[in-house]
Design a protein around this ligand. Structure first.
Ligand SMILES: Nc1nc2c(c(=O)[nH]1)N[C@@H](CN(C=O)c1ccc(C(=O)N[C@@H](CCC(=O)O)C(=O)O)cc1)CN2
Length: 291
């Protein structure tokens, strides 16, 4: 029996994210263009790190029943309006359409299953296109949800990544590493063509790399945490999207840390994936702005 359904999708709603060099008039131009096309703004948030030519970020959510049909004219009008001396990038996102997400996992199931459960309850504006793993352990669990599962061993990393790209085949909008314990190569990251989000099981920048809970126990930390970040070629140094922590003590073994940390990992990853799918996250250099 399926759980009660919600829906994180927003029918007839879209978002517009604008970012670039700050200067007077940006908000007036954006809101005027939207108004000209009958878009009703339901939320608008912005951030500037320096009003005198610093970095500017804005996210607008608007209601427009004929958005799909009107999108080309809207984009053309905005492009024309922002050419006059503005130095800005922008993107529209249809919030009524789910993001297509591929999840990579290894043996740990807690982050993977949490995302599947949230999606099934309608708490993520996403569809899970497939699960890819370098181990067969989770195949039965995943296939039980009707989700394709592909076991791709990584003894030959280049061959594995070629198979990953074949499976993804440009049909996903996001890749999520749900405790996937393999380092992705730069060529793969360049070829995959979509954002990749990882959950690292430490409060970065502490304990980069493998086995952070063992390192944390050895260090005698009093908090542990988890970090969701975009994946770059520099291991665990991508732009951070979300973090959280939990207090621990000398009484906790490394296994206790891993057990207690797992709850933090899955909540942090779920928030990061939700915010990305809602088009709330803007990457800027090594950081993110989350609206
Ligand atoms: N290019 C990137 N790839 C990955 C990142 C990243 O930030 N950039 N994050 C990791 C996740 N991760 C920690 O969160 C992590 C995973 C694996 C390793 C590691 O040393 N893996 C070994 C193999 C280990 C094994 O086979 O069990 C390796 O790949 O040689 C370190 C950190 C995911 N990928």
């Amino acid at each position: 029996m399926r759980p009660p359904q919600q829906s994180a999708l927003r029918p007839d709603h879209a978002s517009l994210v604008v970012h670039g060099r700050d200067q007077p008039g940006i908000v007036a131009v954006v809101t005027s263009v939207l108004a000209r096309h009958g878009a009703n703004i339901v939320a608008l948030d912005q951030h500037s790190d320096d009003p005198e030519g610093g970095a500017f970020f804005q996210r607008t959510v608007f209601h427009l029943p004929d958005y799909t049909a009107l999108r080309p004219a809207l984009e053309q009008d905005l492009a024309a309006a922002l050419t006059g001396g503005f130095n800005l990038q922008w993107r529209f996102t249809d919030l009524s359409v789910p993001r297509r997400v591929a999840i990579f996992a290894s043996r740990a199931d807690h982050c993977l299953l949490d995302l599947i459960w949230r999606q099934r309850r309608g708490q993520l504006p996403a569809t899970i296109s497939m699960v890819v793993s370098n181990h067969p352990d989770l195949a039965q669990d995943v296939r039980g949800f009707g989700i394709p599962f592909f076991h791709v061993p990584t003894e030959d990393k280049a061959a594995a990544e070629a198979e990953h790209l074949r499976l993804l085949d440009g049909n996903v909008d996001l890749v999520v590493l749900a405790r996937y314990m393999q380092i992705l190569s730069s060529p793969f990251l360049e070829a995959v063509g979509v954002p990749v989000i990882n959950i690292h099981h430490s409060f970065l920048p502490a304990f980069v790399g493998a086995e952070p809970y063992r390192k944390a126990k050895e260090r005698g930390v009093k908090i542990i945490g988890a970090t969701a970040h975009y994946v770059t070629e520099n291991l665990d140094e991508g732009p951070i999207i979300e973090q959280d922590v939990v207090r621990v003590s000398h009484r906790d073994t490394a296994q206790d840390l891993a057990r207690r940390g797992a709850d933090v990992e899955r909540q942090v990853l779920a928030r990061a994936v939700l915010w990305h799918c809602q088009d709330r996250v803007v990457r800027h250099d090594r950081q993110t702005i989350v609206f």
